[in-house]
Design a protein around this ligand. Structure first.
Ligand SMILES: Cc1cc2nc3c(=O)[nH]c(=O)nc-3n(C[C@H](O)[C@H](O)[C@H](O)COP(=O)(O)O)c2cc1C
Length: 371
């Protein structure tokens, strides 16, 4: 990493920036982190969520944990939704508190599609682009289970999924969010449609890469409707291979190149790009892998995966990213912005508490001013 990057108050991470209609006072973004704390039958966020997000309000932008757009989208245990009035009013307490503390918060919208499991859907089969098992694991109430062969979505199912995203975005607005981010990464619905190993359709949503990418673009336009201005981010993870059927090759990267080029024509506030995993111990993030999307996408770019203060400052200074999001560092360091500003050491998250439910590991990480 460059040693010329400033590390004090003038470090690039602490410079303000505009992302679409979001004005960020710093570029330290809280990445979405599923924490499985909505431990109730109605999948409603709790007081713990209010505390967790309030503790992190100094982030330039908070992106919530992935949140269900409808009951049909569910595919992981104890994750909250944004499809019922009860959920909307509970999320309102989160957004009101973050805003009162001077923060900004967008909601990440999630649909697992074929990566769900009958256990989450009252025994019904999950639905995906085609009747092809994505061969990933679904976290159910009785632990991780292998996915099954889903049923193929009808044209009506697809229209329903797009409508679910639209109404979730409208609900997020009513709940006081500043915007939404579409979860188009991983082994989930949108990435399933993009993937020719899973999408064998011959209609307007399958076949060539343009048709396989259409679902995301339809969803972008749908979720943009309830907002004025640019309030919709998109999360992509072109290098992520959550299973053999999602393995990354040149064709898949070309699919993403084409998709990102088309995103430029839609009302996207920012692209949230998860870069390559770091496989060499001690190495930093692969800047060139991120720069590919910097060149392709014309709007603000948020980079993620394996960054620390030094590499994040270097990426912004080099012009590769406009902001950097942090997941694991924000889990253990609610005052991450202060720690970066002061050069303070970072605490390390305990993986055992990632999805364990309850307060431990979720709201009990002290800030540096705490004795
Ligand atoms: C506990 C945990 C939960 C996560 N949940 C989500 C999620 O809900 N949505 C999402 O897009 N990414 C999720 N991720 C991925 C992170 O946002 C991020 O891409 C990854 O942790 C790499 O960033 P980092 O090096 O800053 O931790 C999760 C990661 C962790 C560790």
């Amino acid at each position: 990493m460059s040693t010329t990057v400033p590390t004090g108050l003038d470090q690039p991470l602490l410079r303000r920036v505009d992302f679409g209609d979001f004005q960020l006072p710093n570029r330290v973004v809280m990445a979405p982190t599923t924490r499985a704390r909505a431990v109730n039958d109605s999948l409603v966020p709790t007081r713990l969520h209010v505390t967790h997000y309030a503790q992190r309000a100094s982030a330039g932008l908070i992106i919530t944990e992935s949140t269900w757009v409808s009951e049909r989208a569910v595919g992981f245990v104890n994750v909250p939704g944004i499809y019922s009035e009860q959920q909307v009013s509970a999320w309102r307490q989160v957004t009101d508190t973050v805003h009162a503390l001077g923060g900004r918060i967008v909601m990440q919208l999630w649909h697992t599609g074929a990566a769900s499991h009958p256990d989450h859907l009252g025994g019904r089969l999950p639905a995906g682009p085609s009747a092809v098992n994505p061969r990933v694991m679904s976290f159910t109430a009785s632990g991780f289970k292998e996915t099954v062969t889903p049923r193929e979505m009808t044209a009506r199912d697809i229209a329903t999924a797009v409508a679910d995203f639209r109404s979730a975005a409208a609900n997020a607005r009513r709940a006081g969010f500043d915007g939404v981010e579409i979860a188009a990464h991983g082994s989930f619905l949108i990435a399933q449609f993009l993937n020719p190993r899973l999408n064998h359709r011959t209609d307007a949503y399958g076949g060539d890469r343009e048709r396989r990418g259409r679902l995301l673009l339809d969803i972008v336009d749908a979720v943009a409707e309830p907002w004025e201005g640019r309030c919709v981010g998109v999360r992509l993870a072109p290098y992520l291979s959550p299973g053999e059927l999602f393995r990354v090759d040149d064709d898949m990267l070309a699919d993403y190149d084409a998709l990102v080029a088309r995103l430029n024509e839609h009302p996207v506030a920012y692209l949230h790009l998860r870069g390559r995993d770091i496989t060499t111990p001690g190495a930093g993030p692969d800047f060139e892998a991120i720069a590919r999307y910097r060149r392709a996408f014309h709007g603000p770019l948020m980079a993620n995966n394996g960054f620390d203060r030094e590499s994040a400052n270097a990426a912004i200074e080099a012009g590769i990213a406009d902001a950097v999001s942090f997941a694991t560092h924000f889990i253990a360091n609610p005052d991450l912005v202060t720690r970066f500003a002061t050069g303070h050491d970072l605490a390390v998250a305990d993986r055992e508490t990632y999805y364990s439910g309850g307060a431990r590991g979720y709201v009990d990480h002290p800030g540096i001013s705490t004795p």
